[in-house]
Design a protein around this ligand. Structure first.
Ligand SMILES: C[S@@+](CC[C@H](N)C(=O)[O-])C[C@H]1O[C@@H](n2cnc3c(N)ncnc32)[C@H](O)[C@@H]1O
Ligand SMILES: [Zn+2]
Length: 286
C-alpha cells in the first residue's frame, strides 16, 4: 500500500521527492529507505540524533493516559485552531503516539498527515492510529522517523498546517515546510498545569519563562494570530496519576519506589488542573 502523504515527503539526503516501490521509498538520486515492519518510514537526515525519543515505558503510559480522554479538550482545541482551506498535508514534529494528529485529520476530512518523531516506540503506535478514507482502504497518517532539530524530510511549502504539542520546535524548518498561507498551531503548558501534582510528586514544573521563550523562538518567522487559553479540572485515580508521571519528562529522574509512596499519600481520586495555551501562528512573509 502506498504510504500516505508520499508526495509531500522529501529524501533526507538530497531533499528531492520520493517514490515508492513495494516497501521501499526512493529518490531520483538513488537514495532508498525501507519501510519498517511496524509501518513507519525511517527518514533520518545525516547527523540526526535519534537517541532523544521517548522510551517504551513513556510511550505506553502516554498511550493509556491519552486514550482515557483527559486531554480530549486539548486535542479538540488544536483541531479547531488547525482548520484551514489551504491545500496540503498536516505535519507534526514530535507527534508521539499520534493522538493529536489523528484528531486533526478526523476533523479535516480528506487531508493526509505526517507525524515525525525520534521514538520508534511512539511511531509504531502513530502508524496504526491514522483514520482511513473508508473501511479497509488507504490510511491517512504517515509515521516518519526524523529528528525535529534537523532538516525535516518534508517538501517546501507542503504543509497546510504544522502542529507542535509539548514537543521540540525548530522555527526555520517549520517555516520552510509550511505553505505561505498555512497555520502553525502550538500548544504549550501554562505554569499552573498539573499544579496539584507538581509539588507533591517533585515533577518538573513549567518554566514561567516558557511563553517568552516560545515567542523568542517563533517571533522572527511567525506572528501570533489567535490564542486560546484552556483551563479545566480532571479527576484522576492513582493509576492515572502514575501514567501521567510516567509519560512525562519527570519519568527519567524520579525514583520509582519514592514515587509510588508519594502517590499513595495523595487523595484518591485527586482533582488536577489541566492548563495550556493553544496559539495559531502565521508566516510573517505571507
Ligand atoms: C512530551 S512528548 C509529546 C508527544 C505528543 N505531541 C503528545 O503531546 O502526545 C514529546 C515527543 O517528542 C519526541 N521527541 C523528542 N525529541 C525529539 C526530536 N529531536 N525530534 C523528534 N521528536 C522528538 C519524543 O519521542 C516524544 O514523542
Ligand atoms: Zn535523495
Amino acid at each position: 500500500m502506498t504510504l500516505p502523504a508520499l508526495r509531500a515527503l522529501a529524501c533526507p539526503n538530497c531533499a528531492q521527492g520520493l517514490d515508492q516501490t513495494g516497501r521501499r521509498l526512493h529518490c531520483p538520486a538513488g537514495h532508498s529507505f525501507d519501510l519498517a515492519k511496524q509501518g513507519y518510514a525511517p527518514l533520518l537526515a545525516p547527523g540526526s540524533n535519534a537517541t532523544t525519543g521517548d522510551t517504551a515505558d513513556q510511550v505506553a503510559a502516554r498511550e493509556e493516559f491519552l486514550n482515557a480522554g483527559f486531554y480530549d479538550p486539548l486535542m479538540d482545541a488544536v483541531a479547531a485552531a488547525a482548520s484551514t482551506d489551504v491545500p496540503g498535508v498536516v505535519v507534526e514534529p514530535g507527534c508521539g503516539t499520534g493522538h493529536y494528529l489523528a484528531r486533526v485529520l478526523e476533523a479535516e476530512g480528506e487531508r493526509d498527515g505526517i507525524g515525525l518523531d525520534t521514538s520508534k516506540y511512539a511511531l509504531r503506535r502513530a502508524a496504526r492510529r491514522g483514520p482511513r478514507r473508508a473501511a479497509g482502504t488507504q490510511e491517512r497518517l504517515a509515521a516518519v522517523l526524523a529528528d525535529a532539530w534537523n532538516r525535516l524530510p518534508v517538501r517546501d511549502g507542503a504543509a497546510a498546517a504544522v502542529l507542535n504539542v509539548f514537543a521540540p520546535r525548530g522555527a526555520d524548518e517549520i517555516a520552510r515546510v509550511l505553505h505561505r498561507d498555512g497555520v502553525l498551531v502550538v500548544l504549550t503548558p501554562r505554569t499552573d498545569h498539573l499544579r496539584e501534582l507538581v509539588g507533591a510528586l517533585e515533577m518538573l514544573s513549567v518554566d514561567p519563562e516558557k511563553p517568552r521563550r516560545t515567542a523568542d523562538q517563533l517571533g522572527d518567522a511567525f506572528s501570533a494570530e489567535r490564542t486560546d487559553e484552556l483551563r479545566y479540572p480532571v479527576s484522576l485515580r492513582r493509576p492515572d496519576v502514575l501514567r501521567l508521571v510516567a509519560m512525562g519528562p519527570s519519568a527519567r529522574h524520579l525514583d520509582a519506589s519514592a514515587l509510588a509512596e508519594a502517590v499513595d499519600g495523595l487523595p484518591d481520586p485527586i482533582e488536577v488542573t489541566v492548563s495550556a495555551t493553544v496559539t495559531r501562528w502565521r508566516r510573517r512573509d505571507r
